[in-house]
Structure formats: C-alpha cells, structure tokens
Design a protein around this ligand. Structure first.
Ligand code: GRF
Length: 202
C-alpha cells in the first residue's frame, strides 16, 4: 500500500513509521511512504523525509487566496502520489470538503488525548489543566469535524503530579508512535470497513 504522511512539526511519528518500514521491510509491513507533505517549510518532519529519500511537498495556506483553494491544492499534491492511505502525523491544519471528498475513509489522524475528551490543537495542555488522572492518544479516521471521526485505537497514559505539558506530551508520544505504527500496518495489510462509528479491521 502507498502512504502519504502529512506533518507540521518534529515528525517523530513519521520517523516511527519510516523506521518500522525500514526494519520490517515494506512488503512485510504492508506499506511504503511514497511522499511526505507539510503546511510549512523548515520543519524537522521534512528533514526526516529528505534523509529517508522520500519526496516532499509543502502547501502553505498563506500562498492561496482562500482556504478552499489551499484545500484543493493540498488534495491535488497528495493525489499526485496516488496514496491508498493518508496519515496525519502531527499535521496541524483542518482539511476541507475537497480533501475529504477525495480521501475521506482513508485519511487517518493521531491525536494526543483520549477522544472525545480534549479535541483540538491543545489536547495535552487541556487534559493537564482539567486535572485528568489518565489521558492518552487516539488514532481515528478524519471526518468533517475536528477530531470527531471513527476511533480505530487508543492508548492510555497516566498523568503524573509533576507533569508539565511537554513531559506529559513526551510520555504520550511514546505510546502514540507505537500505536500509529501498529494501526497503519494493520489497515494496510488487512483492509478495513467503517460501519458508522465502528471500524472493522478484516
Ligand atoms: C503528536 O503528538 C500529534 O498527536 C500531535 O502533535 C504531535 C506531533 O508530533 N498533533 P511529531 O511531529 O510527530 O513529533
């Protein structure tokens, strides 16, 4: 299967996928990363892709007259690589109708909280501020809401009294990277069906 991975930052989730495919081999893993896309330049995520010899592309919102034009351009850039599955690994933009029309049902996101709790761009900070005793990460299909699509898998992480946002986020990311590698491999190798809010992996 062909994967396109979208990033906006350090790309450690992308790196986990790159390493897993490198270690197990694309055949055995069931997928190869054919391109990495971003909404901004100069991020470690793009450098990680380049080091792995994976083609990259950048589509910045500010380069387009409207949000819809950006969304269509991003969809075009992704479609050019003919992906079977698109993975948002720390991609910090909300895609629009055009993108979902083309990739809905095969667009997966990883979120650093136990959805439906703490959706949005500050899931780690919000869980900490709320005083949650456990939080975690969620891998889900992207739908037309924000972090509201059908849940595929979740991992639980305890919150410690001494945690600040970055310490907690780092501990979540240890679980998240493993979960994402496992889920993407399963979806790629086994195939799946989405039935309402349920995801059935064959
Ligand atoms: C991940 O925790 C992701 O869930 C969140 O931002 C983080 C991205 O980390 N949206 P990285 O860029 O993969 O290191």
């Amino acid at each position: 299967k062909r994967l396109v991975v979208l990033v906006s930052g350090s790309g450690t989730n992308l790196q986990a996928l790159l390493d897993a495919i490198d270690e197990t081999g694309a055949e055995a893993y069931g997928a190869e990363i054919v391109a990495v896309g971003a909404d901004r330049d100069d991020i470690e995520g793009l450098a990680r892709a380049e080091r792995a010899g994976v083609p990259t592309f950048v589509r910045k919102v500010k380069d387009y007259g409207t949000r819809e034009e950006w969304d269509a351009a991003l969809a075009e850039a992704v479609a050019a690589h003919e992906p079977d599955l698109v993975v948002s690994a720390g991609f910090m933009k909300i895609v629009g109708k055009e993108f979902l029309a083309r990739f809905g049902g095969r667009f997966v996101n990883t979120h650093p909280a136990l959805l439906p709790s703490f959706p949005g761009a500050h899931g780690v900070r919000d869980a900490l501020a709320y005083g949650a005793k456990v939080t975690g990460c969620t891998v889900h299909f992207v739908d037309d809401g924000v972090d509201t699509g059908p849940i595929i898998a979740q991992g639980v992480v305890e919150v410690r009294d001494e945690d600040d946002e970055s310490a907690l986020h780092e501990r979540i990311k240890e679980v998240e990277r493993r979960l994402l590698v496992e889920v993407v491999g399963l979806l790629a190798r086994n195939g799946y069906r989405i039935e309402g809010r349920k995801v059935v992996i064959q």
